[in-house]
Design a binder for this molecule. Structure first.
Ligand SMILES: [Fe+2]
Length: 206
């Protein structure tokens, strides 16, 4: 082992937290997701146009918290946890609050996925998991330095997680996972026979 001093720099932090008051209502959230999917014609059209493998309200509905008290309750929990994560990250928000500015429901069908992307106009992003069947797709996170690594060798098989370029986080129903919005993420192929239901969100600054 090297004898010198190691500095750990430029760390990427991800925050996982169980939302007990909400998870007790996951069955109601699941019913809400399916009824929304059935009634939201504009959303169905958006999903067809964008070849979304299931249903998402992303392109059609922007007032879920106003429509559904349960989503309003989720919004309050997420806002509290976003602030806790921002404090953990030591973000200097200059006295301005983080504000949940978008929230959308996703029903990802068997064989569905969502290719790698970032959320460019937000500070914190994340997902609350309503239903995660066995073998449902994980969340794949990517080292943000990857595009500038050029000639850097890959890491060895079995390298420690904080040194790997890709990390798979297996979400659990009832938990929210938060990350900074610049972190590239992906939902690989949902290789199970059942729907995976989640609610994603963005927090903006001020
Ligand atoms: Fe995303």
């Amino acid at each position: 082992m090297p004898q010198g001093q190691k500095l750990t720099l430029f760390v990427t932090e991800v925050y996982r937290v169980g939302l007990a008051p909400i998870s007790a209502q996951n069955e109601a959230l699941e019913a809400l997701a399916y009824s929304l999917a059935e009634d939201d014609g504009a959303g169905q059209a958006w999903c067809a146009a964008h070849k979304y493998p299931g249903y998402t309200s992303y392109g059609s509905v922007n007032d879920l918290a106003w429509r559904y008290p349960l989503i309003e309750e989720l919004k309050a929990e997420l806002t509290r946890e976003a602030q806790a994560f921002a404090d953990m990250l030591e973000l200097d928000l200059r006295g301005r609050a983080l504000r949940l500015d978008s929230l959308w429901v996703n029903i990802l069908g068997p064989g569905g996925g969502h290719s790698g992307h970032i959320h460019p106009h937000s500070v914190l992003s994340g997902t609350y998991y309503v239903r995660v069947p066995p073998l449902a797709a994980a969340l794949r996170l990517e080292d943000p330095r990857l595009p500038i690594m050029m000639a850097a060798p890959p890491r060895r098989d079995g390298a420690q997680p904080h040194r790997q370029a890709f990390i798979y986080v297996q979400p659990q129903a009832g938990e929210a996972i938060f990350w900074e919005s610049w972190l590239r993420h992906e939902v690989p192929l949902n290789d199970c026979e059942e729907d995976r239901i989640s609610i994603s969100f963005n927090f903006a600054w001020g």
